[in-house]
Design a protein around this ligand. Structure first.
Ligand code: ADP
Ligand code: F6P
Length: 325
């Protein structure tokens, strides 16, 4: 079957995520195998507006599947959110013969892709964010690597916390979403998990539980705090004062966004990147690729953006039951 597009662009946008390189590789190689030309656009929509782009051949993506970050760089580009910026983006695509675009990023980036699609540039979104906060998909590229990085760091903090019989508050990423916190909470066996979605800011509840466990002979306490809840350092001071237990705060930070992607991230990124190109080749536009109930799927972008995601209630319930004894 003939391809609906002759030349496509690929860009990464918003916060980077391990596995983005694997997705770029899949986009480039799937397109080239179909006889579609590919242009790599640097620094997300900023590069599109500045026409900062390069032709990609098969070798341009050699040896990147195991690398963290994104070889195309990424950025947040306020100019592209303005009407003038969007028009400039369309003009840039037309000038360079780009008929289709694969946008690897989060919901914000998908809105940008939709705006280009509304102006005639076929666009498909691929979910890339460590936060797992895209509602139309059970999986986002980068989440598995980030959670494993955070889990590993928390295990290390736990060792020293146990030696010193301390309480540790460990802040993980996720400004608006508690998935990393919840997964770490379960996988690290934390005593408390604070997420934006669930935390009622009742610190006395935490303090009472720590005091009860102290009475029962417990030697250390791990509190996982999602970035969106914040205030880890001050919280540590208040908990130390109220419990008499030395308390330290650790913010894991951007190491969660880097590192060699796990097998899951590499494979999911490869499948999603290939799917995005297959959709463009079929003449589809305004789609977002996802993974739902064990299958690769795609949704109309507005439908995808309208979906809501909450922490899985059973998973949350289990996390609470396992941490209470
Ligand atoms: P994410 O894609 O991870 O949600 P952002 O929300 O920061 O990250 O969005 C990334 C980029 O997508 C923004 O910097 C901007 O260039 C583009 N974008 C976001 N919202 C819009 C919008 N309403 N219209 C056009 N572009 C947008
Ligand atoms: O969206 C990914 C993410 O890492 C969030 O978890 C975090 O809140 C944000 O990006 C941090 O962004 P920045 O790179 O601007 O510090």
């Amino acid at each position: 079957m003939e391809n609906a597009v002759k030349k496509i662009g690929v860009l990464t946008s918003g916060g980077d995520a391990p596995g983005m390189n694997a997705a770029i590789r899949a986009v480039v190689r799937t397109a080239l195998q179909r006889g579609i030309e590919v242009v790599g656009i640097n620094r997300g929509y900023a590069g599109l507006l500045e026409e900062d782009m390069r032709e990609m051949d098969g070798h341009s993506v050699s040896d990147i599947i195991s690398k963290g970050g994104t070889l195309l760089y990424t950025s947040r580009c306020p100019e592209f959110t303005t009407p003038a910026g969007r028009i400039k983006g369309v003009e840039s695509c037309k000038k360079h013969g780009i008929e289709g675009l694969v946008v690897i990023g989060g919901d914000g980036s998908f809105i940008g892709a939709r705006e280009l699609a509304n102006r005639g540039i076929n666009s498909v979104g691929v979910p890339g964010t460590i936060d797992l906060d895209i509602a139309c998909t059970d999986y986002t590229i980068g989440f598995d690597t980030a959670v494993n990085t955070a889990m590993d760091a928390i295990d290390k903090v736990r060792d020293t916390s146990t030696s010193h019989e301390r309480c540790s508050i460990i802040e993980v990423m996720g400004r608006r979403a508690g998935y990393i916190a919840l997964w770490c909470g379960i996988s690290n066996g934390a005593e408390e998990i604070l997420t934006v979605e669930t935390y009622d800011h009742d610190e006395s509840g935490i303090i009472n539980r720590i005091l009860e466990k102290k009475k029962a002979g417990k030697k250390h306490y791990i509190i996982i705090n999602a970035e969106g809840v914040g205030d880890s350092a001050n919280m540590a001071k208040r908990i130390e004062e109220a419990t008499g237990i030395e308390t330290r705060a650790t913010i894991i930070g951007h190491i969660q966004r880097g590192g060699s992607p796990t097998a899951r991230d590499r494979v999911m990124a490869s499948l999603m990147g290939a799917k995005a190109v297959d959709l463009l080749a079929e003449g589809k536009s305004k789609r977002v690729v996802g993974f739902r109930d064990g299958k690769l799927v795609d949704y109309e972008v507005n439908e995808a953006l309208a979906m809501k995601k909450t922490l899985d209630p059973y998973m949350w319930d289990v996390s609470q039951r396992l941490s209470r004894l």
